[in-house]
Design a protein around this ligand. Structure first.
Ligand SMILES: [Mg+2]
Length: 136
């Protein structure tokens, strides 16, 4: 998408959701989040720009913006950064950008994100077994 069209706007769907019905991880289906960003992009005619290649580039850019929030913080400062309201908002904004690009990448590759996470967790469980605890 052209840089100038990116802006900081929100869709009517998300705006309504945040002002009328608060959203939380505990109650929001992944499909609703994917639908929200998909409609946001479609309403703006951005679909033609959303090739998997472009989305991966956008993902890297958004991860870079998230990294910028934490740049030069000590490990301890990074653990408490979200306590500062301004920094917390910056983290939340970039985390949302990263998540939205991941949702778009899921849509445009036809990969079900929940199934991919489940399958990867199964492989990781085998790859990284829980260490045996020393007997007491
Ligand atoms: Mg961003």
């Amino acid at each position: 998408m052209p840089r100038g069209k990116h802006g900081n706007g929100t869709t009517g769907i998300i705006r309504k959701a945040t002002t009328i019905d608060p959203m939380s991880d505990a109650t929001t289906p992944v499909a609703a989040l994917k639908d929200g960003i998909h409609r946001f992009a479609m309403d703006r005619g951005w679909e033609p720009y959303h090739s998997p290649k472009n989305l991966v580039m956008a993902l890297a850019s958004e991860v870079g913006e998230l990294c910028d929030v934490f740049r030069w913080l000590t490990p301890e400062e990074s653990r408490t950064a979200s306590a500062d309201p301004v920094t917390r908002q910056a983290i939340a904004d970039e985390l949302a950008d990263v998540a939205n690009i991941i949702f778009l990448l899921s849509l445009h590759t036809g990969i079900d994100l929940s199934d991919a996470i489940r399958a990867k967790m199964i492989r990781n469980t085998v790859k990284y077994p829980v260490p045996e605890q020393p007997s007491a």
